[in-house]
Write a protein that binds this ligand. Structure first.
Ligand code: NAP
Ligand code: 8YV
Length: 320
């Protein structure tokens, strides 16, 4: 008997790909690479596999009458048209919690990297510059003021780590968290004006598009650093480049970009910027846990079992 058909809408991590291939036939981006073949295949697709960055638009969902689940390998699902999925009766799942520690760790890694100029210092030593004089002084991290944009699962984990460095914690989110003990600001600009390190960790999508704009960067000021581990869309990248070039802010640590995997060339040569390739959850342990959870969701969706981690917007359709 042939295996059920699943569509991969992005290049999948090998852990997830391998698990899926054990019981499904995985069609790798056929809707993009061979639309004619996809027209014949689409009615047989029972599940859609994606990543946090993948696009699952209404136009695709409407071609999948047998699809039972969209299983995203990632906590963010801003590329999925969730209202359209609900209209088509297709629940969406993601992989919350299992990656929280890693993303918070990388956020702190970027804070330390930009503050203490670790990558620049490494280059300094390798370039044989040490004998020619001391490296420029860095910025003290312990005891500095941390501002977090997005106080959800990962935001809280970043706050916990920053507290260990004796940093004061303030945040903004859609709603205040009175029990957190951290100081709340109603806007990103008001928060930025009061902190040294502004760490962005919200979802992407329309609700947060360019939440970090020229005004917020101005408020962060010439001794302030921006860290973005959320989505490239949350930061106005052109405004950021200008702010870095003009000294409006001190520096930035960026894991995500507006048009990945393209990174604006203007950033490449900046000495006050640390760049990583969207790797905040990219450890062997966490990628395995994400693959296990994404696969479990796919299996549950296709076999009609309760989903492990549906996205919040799909809870209502699942309780009917
Ligand atoms: P979460 O628990 O849902 O937390 C999201 C937080 O963002 C919440 O505090 C929420 O506010 C806040 N938020 C949402 N819209 C906002 C807005 N317009 N203005 C201000 N705050 C807003 O999600 P999570 O698990 O922490 O993950 C957060 C995001 O991190 C993901 O969606 C993904 O985009 C990103 N991420 C990136 C990587 C990477 O590799 N770089 C890895 C994992 C995740 P409320 O609490 O008031 O609802
Ligand atoms: C992954 C992410 O890099 O979870 C998310 O939202 O952005 C990251 O964990 C991504 O989903 C895998 O491509």
């Amino acid at each position: 008997m042939s295996k059920p058909d699943v569509l991969a809408v992005a290049k999948l991590h090998p852990f997830y790909q391998k698990a899926l291939e054990s019981i499904y036939t995985v069609h790798d981006r056929t809707h993009v690479t061979d639309p004619a073949a996809f027209a014949a295949l689409a009615p047989r697709i029972v599940g859609v596999a994606g990543t946090g960055e993948a696009s699952v638009p209404r136009s695709l969902l409407s071609q999948l009458p047998q699809a039972k689940v969209v299983s995203v390998f990632g906590v963010g699902y801003d590329g999925v048209d969730v209202p359209a999925a609900i209209e088509h009766g297709i629940p969406v799942t993601h992989t919350p919690d299992v990656l929280t520690d890693d993303v918070a760790d990388l956020a702190m890694g970027l804070v330390l990297s930009v503050g203490r100029t670790i990558p620049q210092a490494d280059k300094f030593v390798r370039a044989g510059q040490w004998p020619n004089g001391p490296i420029a002084l860095a910025r003290k991290v312990s005891g500095a003021r941390m501002g977090i944009v997005g106080m959800g699962r990962i935001g809280k984990a970043i706050a916990k780590r920053a507290s260990g460095f004796g940093m004061s914690i303030a945040y903004t989110a859609r709603t205040e968290k009175p029990d957190s003990g951290y100081r709340f600001f109603a806007s990103a600009a008001a928060l930025a004006a009061q902190v040294d390190f502004l760490v962005v960790i919200t979802p992407g999508g329309a609700g947060t598009h360019h939440l970090i704009n020229a005004e917020v960067l101005q408020a962060l000021g010439p001794r302030g650093f921006l860290i973005n581990v959320a989505r490239g869309s949350v930061v106005d990248e052109q405004a950021l480049i200008q702010a870095l070039q003009n000294g409006t802010i001190a520096g930035a640590g960026l894991d995500v970009f507006a048009n990945e995997p393209q990174v604006p060339e203007a950033l490449w040569s900046m000495g006050n910027v640390v760049l990583t390739p969207h790797m905040a959850s990219a450890t062997t342990e966490t990628r395995q846990a994400m693959a296990d959870l994404a696969f479990a969701n796919m299996q549950a969706g296709i076999s009609g079992q309760p989903l492990r981690t549906p996205v919040p917007e799909c809870m209502a359709m699942l309780s009917k």
